[in-house]
Design a protein around this ligand. Structure first.
Ligand code: TYM
Length: 332
């Protein structure tokens, strides 16, 4: 039986990269799989979070997931810190993963930057917690954007070493699910940087909470080159910004890049950007409105998350019990 797990950090606004690279795929997968989706607040605090903002963002991210179409009655939608098993299993994985493996994680290097000595220990062992998130439910498939691929390879290494060390077949080897035309959405200001919540410039990203005017303005200002659009995908080579905008259009319209270029061959960016802005507004608008409705009275979202937490704890419990047995802990 395939089981899906994925998570998103409540660190500010979700953007188009989160939506097209991950959340929209989560919505599609719920047709065919049992899915567990998590707001990972424990991951968020690996870098400083203002407590009040964290609480607000946690609700907002949950509301965005529901507004995007994740059905909380069919899936388990919950907050990471409400299921203690994540921290318990993460500790065990801290003792399984090797320092050498963590030293290879590119995201730690990027996030810690030049001030490594000053990064939190949590940021360093972040991928172990991520492996625990997934394996606490014995999930087999994890839909994510391209940037999480290395972390999922580490989750496989951890599962394999745990199974090998203890001579068991307890944890599955997770498979990443990275699909669609927008697995790596880039910044609107710089086609070599990924679109990110932490970018200082709000013009680098389209937030799911942006209104129509903000979307039009940001797309109009997006960096491009002076040439018209090519007729084929090969013509996008070396044109990172053009490739990104075409990819966004393709993902939003449910087309391939090739189909988009057939339609817009020879068009100047001014025309293409206008079409892209209108399409983005059409797709994001309803989500935005539903999010606002949900957040006007958070009791509905809170109830969903409470029920999801209960369900997740019940799911996690037998797996944790099995782990205790295997590791040699006495049962509680
Ligand atoms: P996070 O919160 O940074 O992002 C959530 C999801 O959005 C995807 N994503 C993108 N996809 C395409 N283009 C982009 N520019 C872009 N930016 C973000 C991410 O790949 C991700 O799928 N470590 C994870 C959260 C996590 C998790 C897990 C994921 C914690 N535990 C267990 C899967 C399984 C993260 O920081 O995602």
């Amino acid at each position: 039986m395939n089981r899906i797990f994925s998570g998103v950090q409540p660190t500010g606004n979700l953007h188009l990269g989160n939506y097209l690279g991950a959340i929209r795929n989560w919505v599609r997968l719920q047709q065919d799989y049992e899915c567990i989706y998590c707001v990972v607040d424990m991951h968020a605090i690996t870098v400083w979070q203002d407590p009040r903002e964290l609480r607000k963002s946690t609700r907002e991210v949950a509301a965005a997931m529901i507004a995007a179409g994740i059905d909380p009655r069919r899936n388990t939608l919950f907050i990471q810190s409400q299921v203690p098993g994540h921290a318990q299993l993460a500790w065990i994985f801290n003792c399984v993963a090797r320092l050498g493996w963590l030293n290879r994680m590119t995201q730690f290097k990027e996030k810690a930057g030049k001030h490594r000595e000053n990064a939190s220990a949590g940021l360093y062992v972040y991928p172990n917690l991520m492996a625990a998130d997934i394996l606490l439910y014995k999930a087999t498939h994890v839909p994510v954007g391209e940037d999480q691929k290395q972390h999922l390879e580490l989750a496989r290494d951890i599962a394999q070493k745990f199974n090998g060390d203890f001579g068991v077949e307890l944890f599955p080897l997770v498979e990443p699910l990275i699909f669609g035309e927008a697995t790596r959405v880039m910044s609107l200001r710089d086609g070599t940087k990924k679109m990110s919540k932490s970018d200082a410039s709000d013009f680098s990203r389209i937030n799911l909470t942006d209104d129509a005017d903000a979307i039009r303005l940001k797309i109009r200002r997006a960096k491009t080159d002076p040439d018209p659009l090519p007729g084929t995908v090969a013509g996008l080579a070396g044109r990172a910004e053009a490739d990104n905008l075409v990819g966004l259009y393709a993902a939003l319209a449910d087309l391939t890049r090739a189909q988009v270029l057939e339609r817009f061959e020879g068009a100047m960016f001014s025309r293409f950007k206008e079409a892209l802005a209108e399409l983005t507004i059409e797709r994001i608008g309803p989500l935005n409105a539903e999010m606002k409705r949900l957040l006007a009275d958070p009791s509905e979202v809170d109830a969903v998350l409470r029920a999801g937490g209960e369900r997740a704890r019940a799911r996690a419990e037998p797996v944790l019990r099995e782990v205790y047995e295997v590791v040699g802990f006495l049962s509680p």
